[in-house]
Design a protein. Structure first.
Length: 72
């Protein structure tokens, strides 16, 4: 599903540029693995795990079977 030209809601509580990037990618993709995020966003696993943990503990995303999705 393409979101080009559409406004994606970004929670105001997400202030980190990296967290915003990861959150928006997950929102557009639907669900992704860490490996997919690593390849697409060119971020290290170490950085991704920190961001994903922060987004998950903040209630913005959830993890099921090693895949991440946005909570609606």
């Amino acid at each position: 599903m393409s979101q080009v030209g559409h406004h994606l809601p970004l929670p105001e509580e997400i202030t980190s540029p990296r967290a915003k990037l990861v959150y928006l990618h997950i929102a557009i993709s639907g669900d992704v693995s860490v490996r997919e995020l690593e390849q697409t966003l060119r971020m290290s696993k170490l950085a991704l795990f920190g961001v994903l943990d922060s987004l998950e503990s903040g209630g913005f995303i959830s993890q099921v079977d090693q895949r991440y999705t946005c909570k609606t």
